[in-house]
Design a protein around this ligand. Structure first.
Ligand code: ADE
Length: 429
């Protein structure tokens, strides 16, 4: 049932923290694999059919137990894959070690790597001369387009995992520089309805709790952004007894938050009320100097958006007279007034920095989409126009069907009479 390790024949290229962590990583990869039945079925089929044979693939993802199961499935499908981290703080070093030692997959990722190392790893991914890029945040694709134009002829296409990456791809397309197909995995129904909402919701609170061990009940939690990630975060914070305030810039989302029962107000009004602030907007400087100035002593700020710029930490650093580490992933910024602001996970994705990211059961569907998107790109090589393509609806439906089946849940199907009714316009009042 669990993914069986292979013994690599040749030394596997890598830049990981400590290869001796491999046994722990392998145990955890297999544990996550138990909750990924859809990806497992795809892996088993890939093993037989080898749809990715001969394909050089570079994956830039959070190096977690779930990503490991994706990488193993891609390798089973015949891909010659390398994996790098999509964030300097999200790598699980034991998983990185196990992928190298037990599964023969080159990995370049170390938790806490600095920006120069992160950039070096992006370039190593591109040195692999990929035909397919799996990106999470669009850093590899942006580097390819900015600095490696000569490699464009190698590219069959890319797949993008996250909202921020899709925003960047759309900007690239508008600027006329996206010259190959990009599959929008993020917006598949079986991805964002579950991963962005329930995955981010649970894992964000998990990260905050692991970092601080605070009780959420009775606290005022301010959630900035009411996209799918914000909805999940607000929902789960309320579920644990917090009083939740939502801030938004989109009027429709703001009404939705109001009708979902949350208080909605501008950040400047929320700032003096909040005990814990969580940014999930995809934008920059959502919490900035004017907000820090009116926050309570001891207010905590955390980010669960892709990049570490949602909280203006650069300014907070200049304002603080002292910064000290008070727990793992928890820093106290002391302002000249004596007031403290507590910053979690250095403003990076708190769910991956201080916890383990989204649980395997939701990543199962996200990564099933990724694996099938790669297969789709190969099958349609040369046929897809440059630009952003949705996951085909049939793929989305099939993933949902397989997930339900794995959960042992049956659903109804339309009767012939209902099919006819749904296809007709003649019957009415
Ligand atoms: N993004 C959020 N959670 C993740 C996880 N567990 N693995 C990979 N990418 C993620």
């Amino acid at each position: 049932m669990v993914s069986s390790p292979i013994k690599p024949e040749a030394p596997v290229r890598h830049d990981v923290k400590d290869l001796s962590l491999a046994p722990l990583g392998q145990q955890r990869i297999q544990w996550a694999g138990r909750e990924m039945p859809v990806l497992r079925q795809i892996r088993d089929r890939f093993e037989k059919e080898k749809p990715l044979a001969g394909i050089r693939l570079a994956a830039c993802c959070h190096v977690t137990t779930e990503t490991a199961n994706l990488a193993i499935a891609l390798k089973a499908g015949g891909a010659d894959a390398v994996l790098i981290a999509s964030n300097p703080l999200s790598t699980q070093d034991d998983v990185a070690a196990s992928l190298v030692v037990n599964y023969g997959i080159p990995v370049f990722a170390q938790k806490g790597e600095d920006t120069a190392t992160y950039r070096r790893h992006v370039n190593i991914a591109l040195d692999h001369r990929p035909n397919i890029i799996i990106d999470d945040g669009c850093d590899v694709v942006a580097t390819l387009v900015k600095e490696r134009q000569h490699q464009l002829s190698d590219i069959i296409g890319t797949t993008e995992e996250t909202t921020t990456g899709i925003v960047r791809l759309k900007a690239m397309f508008r600027d006329g520089v996206l010259t190959f197909p990009a599959i929008n995995v993020n917006d598949a129904d079986t991805k964002h309805f579950f991963d962005n909402r329930y995955g981010t919701g649970q894992s964000t609170l998990d990260g905050i709790i692991r970092a601080t061990n605070i009780l959420l009940a009775g606290k005022t939690v301010v959630v900035a952004g009411y996209g799918w990630c914000g909805k999940g975060t607000a929902l789960r914070a309320r579920g644990m007894g917090a009083n939740v305030i939502v801030t938004e810039i989109d009027p429709v989302r703001a009404i939705e938050a109001v009708m979902d029962g949350f208080r909605v107000m501008p950040m400047l009004e929320a700032a003096p009320l909040g005990d814990i602030f969580i940014t999930v907007t995809g934008n920059k400087h959502v919490i900035r100097a004017e907000h820090f100035a009116v926050m309570k002593d001891g207010a905590m700020v955390a980010n669960s958006g892709h990049f570490d710029i949602e909280i203006d930490l650069a300014t907070l650093k200049t304002l603080a007279k002292e910064v000290r580490v008070v727990r793992n992933f928890t820093e106290e910024y002391i302002l000249p007034s004596g007031k403290s602001i507590i910053v979690l996970g250095e403003g990076r994705l708190i769910n991956l920095a201080a916890a383990e990211g989204h649980p395997a059961s939701v990543m199962d569907m996200s990564f099933a989409n990724q694996a099938l998107a790669c297969e789709y790109l190969v099958k349609n090589k040369g046929q897809l126009a440059a630009g952003i393509h949705p996951i085909p609806a049939a793929v989305d439906q099939e993933i949902a069907r397989l997930k339900l089946q794995a959960m042992g849940i049956a659903i109804d199907s339309l009767t012939p009479e209902q099919v006819e009714y749904m296809n007709s316009w003649t019957s009415g009042t």
